[in-house]
Design a protein around this ligand. Structure first.
Ligand code: 5GP
Length: 206
């Protein structure tokens, strides 16, 4: 990549249980791309094995609310009783360095980013079917029946919001989904509005 080519802000989003996190991890295993994961901040307590500063920045509710007042978030949302937010600092800096900054966030947050970052690339991860989503939530074993029902209801409300995204990637197979995201990143870099300035002289209208 040329030094002066900016990276992309890539927003991976979609309903709870669709496998956003797994797809994002698979994406980072594909070599040869300058991807940076934007570590979110949350008030949810760490799950077993989660590391502060790696999976999330874990903070108290007071700390999170202080940062909201100080306008420190690109977006934030409340999700099943906890705050989640994307710290603003460093995102632009990384993009200017040519890195693709990847956000993995829920739908409300993604729509907030859409308003602020017009040149971001918004990807909705969809399940192959509603039943597949239901089975995944059941299998995950982290949710009780009430919570599974809540998440299914929420997913029903989120499905129609897919039309606000640039791309829909079906998570039929995790590695397929990750490959499709790489293809999207490549295609976005080749878009005329992003690529033409590199060949300005040659492609100039005379
Ligand atoms: P979990 O508690 O399972 O780690 O995450 C719950 C939901 O919050 C997931 O859908 C995840 O993608 C989303 N999430 C994680 N970080 C952020 C963030 O910074 N902002 C928003 N809006 N959602 C986030």
């Amino acid at each position: 990549m040329k030094l002066n080519e900016r990276g992309l802000l890539v927003v991976i989003s979609g309903p709870s249980g669709v496998g956003k996190g797994t797809v994002r991890k698979a994406l980072f295993e594909i070599e040869g791309h300058d991807l940076v994961y934007s570590i979110s901040m949350t008030t949810r307590p760490p799950r077993e094995g989660e590391v502060d500063g790696e999976d999330y920045y874990f903070v108290s509710k007071e700390e999170f609310e202080r940062r909201i007042k100080e306008d420190k978030f690109l977006e934030y949302a409340e999700f099943v009783g906890n705050y989640y937010g994307t710290p603003k600092d460093k995102i632009d800096e990384q993009i200017d360095l040519g890195k693709e900054v990847v956000l993995e966030i829920e739908v409300q947050g993604a729509l907030q980013v859409r308003e602020k970052a017009k040149d971001g690339v918004f990807i909705f991860i969809a399940p192959p079917t509603k039943e597949a989503l239901f089975r995944r939530l059941l299998r995950r074993g982290t949710e009780n029946p009430k919570s599974i029902q809540n998440r299914m209801d929420k997913a029903e409300r989120e499905f129609p919001l897919a039309h606000k995204y640039d791309y829909i990637v079906v998570n039929d197979e995790v590695t397929n989904a990750a490959d499709r995201i790489i293809a999207i990143i490549r295609a976005e870099h080749a878009k005329t509005e992003r690529a033409i300035y590199k060949y300005k002289e040659m492609l100039e209208v005379k």
